[in-house]
Design a protein around this ligand. Structure first.
Ligand code: PBG
Length: 324
């Protein structure tokens, strides 16, 4: 058989395959989410996220030093707020001596070059477990945005490099940008969760922070997974309002959205490989049904290939180890 072109020539050995690989992972790609708890000496495994932990601040600082030594350059902080501090205003979120604020300072003191990004949303602080302030069973947009601005400024004051609003209220990026500028934090960046879908795959995360909504669901603010064009509208508005980095979340069921966003904006695009996506790989690997390391690398490569410049992932350390 005579063939003018044989595509298998470029697949015939590991050497040629690695030379022509179009997508390569590197430690620079990853943002490491960290769950932080009050107390000292605490390291609690999250039952639905085997191998992932909620650490007290002392252990978190140790972890951050290790991450930096591995070449990981960015952490995304989430804190577990104790129940007695939760209310419907979310005011613990901008307590200058709150766990988040103390964590930002401690991490920046210990590893000043580590980029510290902080989750901005009221759910861990809300007695209702919602991302906004509740009135008559509704999540009210505009007063929530005011709260998110206070929260963002307080994170900036504590030394955060980027605030990462994950709440999906309308107009919050512009308001946060204005708030940061107005308070003298013109160097603080915004990584916006621009296209965040109402997803069942957040379940394990809500276990980690005890932040599941107390009533209803998040469908009046997070996006409907049927929609694609809407993701572009949301993202373009966030860029217009001043987002430095945009995000698609979750990642795996939304690879088409990541690509479409990548083709539509000229700012860096991140994707969040979320808790449920982590849990599925861990569970299948535990059953012996898939090879964990291969599944991790194939998954992360697919997210980057789809168009993500940055990937927030609970697999960051594993990936760096596997990359060698
Ligand atoms: C809170 C927030 C959530 C996640 C990140 N920030 C949960 C939610 O919206 O209910 C999910 C992360 C994950 O599942 O890994 N606004």
């Amino acid at each position: 058989m005579y063939l003018q072109r044989r595509n298998r020539i470029l697949r015939k050995s590991p050497a040629i395959r690695s030379m022509i690989a179009e997508t390569r992972l590197s430690p620079d790609d990853f943002i490491v989410p960290l769950f932080i708890d009050e107390g000292a000496g605490i390291k609690t495994e999250i039952p639905s996220m085997p191998g992932y932990y909620r650490n007290s601040l002392d252990n978190t600082v140790k972890e951050v030093k290790e991450l930096w030594s591995m070449g990981l350059k960015s952490v995304l902080l989430f804190i577990k707020c104790s129940d007695e501090l939760k209310d419907n205003t979310g005011k613990e979120a901008w307590n200058s001596d709150g766990l988040m604020q103390r964590s930002i300072k401690a991490i920046k003191d210990a590893v000043p070059e580590m980029l510290v990004m902080t989750d901005v949303a009221l759910d861990p602080y809300s007695s209702y477990g919602h991302d906004g302030i509740v009135e008559n069973g509704q999540i009210v947009n505009d007063i929530t945005v005011e709260a998110l601005v206070k929260m963002s400024v307080s994170h900036a004051q504590s030394g955060a490099d980027f605030v990462a609003p994950s709440d999906m209220m309308d107009g919050r990026i512009g308001a946060i940008r204005k708030g940061l500028e107005g308070s003298g934090f013109s160097n603080t960046g915004i990584m916006s969760y621009s296209a965040k879908y109402a997803s069942c795959f957040y379940g394990p995360f809500r276990d980690a922070l005890d932040s599941a909504p107390g009533f209803g669901d998040k469908k009046t603010y997070q996006m409907d997974y049927s929609n694609r064009v809407e993701a572009i509208r949301e993202t373009l508005m966030d860029v217009e309002e001043g987002a430095d980095i945009v995000m698609v979340k979750p990642a795996l069921s939304y690879l088409d959205i990541i690509r479409e966003v990548k083709n539509s904006v000229s700012v860096p695009v991140s994707a969040y490989n979320i808790s449920g996506e982590y849990a599925m790989i861990k569970a299948a690997a535990k059953m012996g049904w898939i090879n964990e390391e291969k599944a991790i690398m194939e998954t992360l490569t697919s997210i980057k290939r789809a168009g993500a410049d940055l990937i927030a992932t609970y697999f960051a350390k594993d990936a760096v180890r596997i990359l060698g």
